[in-house]
Design a protein around this ligand. Structure first.
Ligand SMILES: C[S@@+](CC[C@H](N)C(=O)[O-])C[C@H]1O[C@@H](n2cnc3c(N)ncnc32)[C@H](O)[C@@H]1O
Length: 235
């Protein structure tokens, strides 16, 4: 690959990361429910697997890092038993909701920081347990994120990662949107045409917090090879 091409790749990756960030700032994961406590209870029922895996015995007295905490539902849950939880996300808006959630629930041992899964600002071997739920398929370089999770993990520690499963309806929808996007890009001579238009209209109309489903599918359809890598790990 020539230098020009490499620079172009770097530029595209940077723009993709910015797009991911904008997207989650506009649509903090799990929506805009202002009653944090009731949304928290609802998630415990609908995403039971995560609460079963990160159960009190697994998290007790541990120094924990959550990567991509969104509105902090899981961080606030495991904090009840953990020694301390550090929770990072690339979306400042989500982190604000997460902090409000901790205040509402009276949780004191979680610290929230802005951070990028692909470039964690922690030293090697720091945490007993590192987890990341539904995040690493949203970042342009999934493998880099996985490497970072292991880098900051103490020897003998545990990593828990949830990625979307191959061949489920969401995956199929993303494949469909990806083909559609590529086809439209070819006709329009522009990359990520549909996703950009959708994003522009969301920004113009200030459609913050209108749910993530459709927009997420379009965004995901832009991310090169993400599903090839994501499919390698099933929960
Ligand atoms: C589907 S949500 C999941 C949120 C949370 N883990 C949960 O289960 O409720 C994906 C989250 O990943 C975050 N995210 C995406 N790419 C990221 C990155 N490179 N670094 C950190 N967070 C990222 C988004 O901001 C968003 O909050």
């Amino acid at each position: 690959m020539g230098i020009g091409n490499k620079q172009e790749q770097v530029r595209i990756k940077r723009e993709l990361k910015r797009a991911v960030q904008d997207f989650w700032n506009m649509n903090p994961c799990a929506g805009p429910d202002h009653d944090y406590a009731s949304r928290f209870e609802w998630l415990k029922k609908t995403e039971r697997y995560a609460y079963e895996i990160l159960n009190p015995d697994v998290v007790r007295d541990k120094l924990i890092l959550e990567v991509g905490c969104g509105q902090g539902f899981m961080a606030n849950y495991v904090a009840r038993w953990a020694k301390h939880v550090t929770a990072i996300d690339i979306s400042e808006e989500s982190l604000n909701f997460a902090k409000l959630g901790s205040e509402e629930l009276g949780v004191k041992n979680v610290n929230y920081h802005y951070g990028d899964a692909e470039d964690l600002s922690f030293p090697d071997n720091k945490f007993d347990l590192v987890y990341s739920l539904g995040v690493l398929h949203h970042t342009p370089n999934t493998q880099k994120g996985i490497n970072e999770l292991y880098r900051v993990l103490k020897p003998g520690g545990n990593v828990v990662v949830m990625l979307y499963k191959k061949h489920n309806p969401k995956w199929l929808a993303v494949v469909f949107f990806r083909v559609l996007s590529k086809f439209v890009d070819l006709i329009m001579h522009k990359e990520f045409y549909i996703a950009d238009k959708l994003r522009e209209s969301y920004i113009k109309k200030s459609y913050a917090f209108h749910g993530t489903a459709l927009l997420e599918l379009f965004w995901l359809s832009c991310f090169e090879d993400v599903f090839k890598r994501a499919a390698k790990t099933d929960v």
